[in-house]
Write a protein that binds this ligand. Structure first.
Ligand code: BGC
Length: 745
């Protein structure tokens, strides 16, 4: 059952480097009713599937074939009878167990008896919520990320879902874009390893995956969702492709296009990148689904004149399945009859859909049993997993005078902000009429952990539970004044993140800043918890508060994990998966930038920088404090020279010099000093989360294949150049401990 070796292998194959996870055990197999893992079959089994598809295709009418290429969902138009009529091969957004069962029974009554795929965006949970993917990435722990996907899958599976529109593995360096929380942040090495981990986790939990959004969606200009994207070939292959390659290598069943246009071609009409690159060059065997109505949106993109034209463009580009536009349903058969599209091409797309269904094992699967929902939703194990992941996702950004963990001398704590004081749950179970899983208030979680002599008081401070409007500021101030320490939870929730939530301002909304200012003015020490789904700008208050914790939406048990950190029961080990800017105007800002001819050396006008802000970010990628003080030294490489076919092997000593037992993420960055083109000032090539006992040291080794140090040229060719490479090792992307290695021919 342990699936880790498969994603380890996938990531290793792809990146040429085995991520250093030898110390992380395979995830435990949860008890209960383990789902059937989804996996591509091989050898004779795979060959038999192709023969079975031949036989089915030979019996199908053109309409039945087109039916397999339609993805319909809950909505005005769709009728359940269509499943029985063979008019749809897949459905989405049905989350009630009885409805799912009805869909399956109808598919079983259709003439060809082809089972339906039942899809949902199970991004980070169904009943029990795991941290959002950006929060998961902050753990720098692929084992936990796999576990998060496993539970998200398993709970969605419990209501009969078998396909998820996840993982979202778009790369982004722009916190203005609302969908950064669905991905793994700004770094391609971390994101690729986590893309593989998430893919495997979903499969283990019983869902087929859809790697999305192919490709470049996260580069939306200005951070405006759906906006156009411009990506040169070298960057496409160095930065955007690797997570897709990792997900495919880990067995992704399907790929979803994006809603945007890259280099002037809408992703859903991009024949080169879909038909030639994805299906050809990368050898993808599954099917490609359009994003929501994106076949129809080709008209708005100005790349199709009308419905039939949109179908010609999308289908011709290699889009096998039409999500929710209804245009394949309306026009594809007619386009075949008129000779505009060949039936052979339709057969090929249907083959891909049937192949996925057969490799998923859908044809053999028993009809879904709604009793599963009662048994498998909101279990203690899922909650435990959610807590374990949330603990490692808490990022401590500032801790002046070690105010945290709260000292025994603290007798009262005021918890302020409705994000902390309301009970939370999530929508799916409610929509499905299933029991809700409630996330505890921070106040309750904290009171439960702190000894009873500590008084925990609460004030919502805002008018809405999502902190969207000002509320009782005076009450919040009075509550803070009466306590020894104020913990203020701010940020964004509800409709403030995800698709269609771009921001032009990354500072706190004015009413939140005003409340915080009022609390700071009490003179009490203030601990701020940023509960956001993207990096915010903290510059306006960072110097005036004692501590700051960053929480990228930590899920059902997130507030328990936060309480544990406040109380010192959990030593934080989360690291920033995205750079935190000092000002919105610095965005996009990221650590693996190219050097400039005029670096900032003397604070002089004709050097890169701003008139009105520092050049550096507020916190760099990979940053996160611990209650322990870690030091790095004794960096050694096994050899000063390595051939191009070799491996850079080295070690470093990591010491837990002060404080409790803790975990540190050892990060190894590489810079190619001179190349045919400018190379990034540093790039993460290896990381490992290591637990160190108080006062003790560990020697941590790393191995980076030289083949992982190259880049793509403008023609898309991968090159690894001989010459000098600097290695930097430390606990964030500003690591200063350095060594040099020469790569020889
Ligand atoms: C999003 C996709 C999502 C789909 C179905 C679209 O609007 O871009 O990521 O999978 O909706 O919910």
């Amino acid at each position: 059952m342990p699936a880790s070796p498969r994603w380890l292998l996938a990531a290793a194959l792809l990146l040429g480097s085995l991520p250093a996870l030898a110390q992380t055990p395979a995830p435990p197999v949860p008890a209960g009713s383990p789902p059937v893992p989804r996996a591509w079959k091989t050898g004779e089994e795979a060959a038999a599937i192709e023969r079975r598809i031949d036989a089915l295709l030979a019996q199908m009418t053109l309409e039945e074939k087109v039916g397999q290429l339609n993805l319909w969902g809950r909505g005005d138009e769709f009728r359940l009878e269509w499943v029985e009529q063979g008019r749809t091969g897949a459905v989405m957004n049905f989350v009630s167990p009885m409805e799912v069962r009805a869909i399956q029974l109808r598919a079983a009554r259709s003439r060809m008896r082809i089972p339906a795929i039942i899809a949902l965006d199970a991004i980070n949970g169904f009943a029990t919520y795991m941290p959002q993917p950006l929060g998961q990435a902050a753990t720098f722990n692929p084992r936990l990320v796999e576990l998060a996907s496993y539970w998200s899958a398993r709970e969605a599976r419990a209501v009969g879902i078998n396909w998820t529109f996840a993982p979202m593995i778009d790369m982004t360096r722009d916190a203005r874009w609302g969908r950064v929380m669905e991905g793994a942040g700004e770094d391609v090495h971390l994101a690729s390893i986590l893309a593989a981990a998430r893919t495997v986790g979903y499969h283990r939990g019983g869902l087929a995956t859809s790697a999305k959004h192919y490709i470049g969606y996260g580069e939306a200009e200005g951070g405006r969702d759906y906006n156009s994207v411009w990506i040169p070939v070298s960057k496409l292959w160095d930065y955007h492709m690797p997570p897709f390659q990792a997900s495919l290598a880990a067995g992704a069943f399907t790929v979803m296009t994006s809603l945007s246009a890259m280099n002037g071609i809408a992703s859903t009409a991009d024949r080169h990148l879909v038909a030639e690159v994805l299906k050809g060059q990368l050898g993808f065997r599954g099917f490609v689904v359009s994003d929501f109505e994106s076949v129809k949106e080709l008209i708005a993109h100005g790349q199709a004149a009308d419905g039939p034209d949109a179908v010609r463009r999308a289908f011709g580009a290699g889009i096998d399945m039409d999500m929710m536009a209804g245009l394949y349903d309306a026009h594809l058969a007619q386009l075949v009859r008129s000779g505009a599209i060949s039936e052979a091409a339709v057969n090929e797309s249907v083959r891909r859909v049937l192949r996925v269904k057969m490799h998923m094992g859908l044809f053999e699967e028993a009809t879904y049993d709604p009793a599963l929902a009662q048994r498998d939703l909101g279990t203690a194990e899922a909650r435990q997993a959610s807590l374990e992941i949330a603990r490692e996702a808490v990022i401590l950004l500032k801790n002046e005078n070690a105010i945290l963990p709260l000292k025994p001398s603290v007798r009262s704590v005021a918890v302020i902000g409705s994000l902390a004081t309301h009970q939370a749950d999530w929508q799916y179970t409610e929509n499905a009429g299933l029991p809700r899983v409630i996330s505890p208030r921070l106040t309750d979680a904290l009171a439960a952990i702190l000894e009873s002599r500590v008084r925990v008081t609460a004030a919502a401070g805002f008018a809405t539970h999502c902190s969207l409007a000002a509320g009782d500021t005076a009450g919040a101030v009075a509550t803070a004044r009466a306590a020894d320490v104020a913990v203020v939870m701010l940020g964004e929730d509800c409709e403030q993140y995800g698709e269609g939530t771009s921001r032009a301002h990354l500072d706190l909304p004015a009413h939140q800043q005003a409340l915080l200012d009022a609390i700071i003015a009490t003179g009490k020490p203030v601990v701020v918890i940023m509960h956001t789904s993207r990096p915010f700008v903290l510059t306006r208050f960072i110097d005036r508060v004692a501590a700051v914790i960053q929480a990228f939406h930590l899920g059902t048990e997130g507030r328990t994990a936060l309480a544990e950190v406040l109380a010192g029961r959990t030593n934080p080990s989360g690291k920033l998966p995205m750079t935190m800017p000092r000002a919105t105007g610095q965005v996009p800002i990221y650590y693996d930038r190219l050097p400039t001819g005029r670096p900032r050396l003397k604070d002089f006008r004709y050097e890169t920088g701003y008139l009105d802000e520092k050049l550096e970010p507020l916190f760099p990628f990979g940053f996160g404090l611990s209650f322990s003080r870690f030091t790095f030294d004794q960096l050694t490489l096994s050899s000063p020279t390595v051939p191009r076919t070799g491996t850079v092997a080295g070690s470093v000593r990591l010491t837990n010099a002060a404080g409790p037992a803790g975990q540190e993420v050892v990060q190894v960055y590489v810079r190619q000093r001179v190349g045919q083109r400018s190379r990034p000032v540093r790039q993460l090539k290896h990381f490992e989360k290591v637990a160190v006992a108080p006062g003790s040291s560990q020697t941590v080794t790393f191995r980076i294949p030289v083949q992982a140090l190259g880049y793509h040229d403008d023609a898309g060719r991968y090159v690894v150049e001989p010459g000098e490479y600097d290695i930097f090792v430390g606990g964030d992307s500003n690591a200063t401990l350095a060594a040099r290695v020469t790569v020889t021919e």
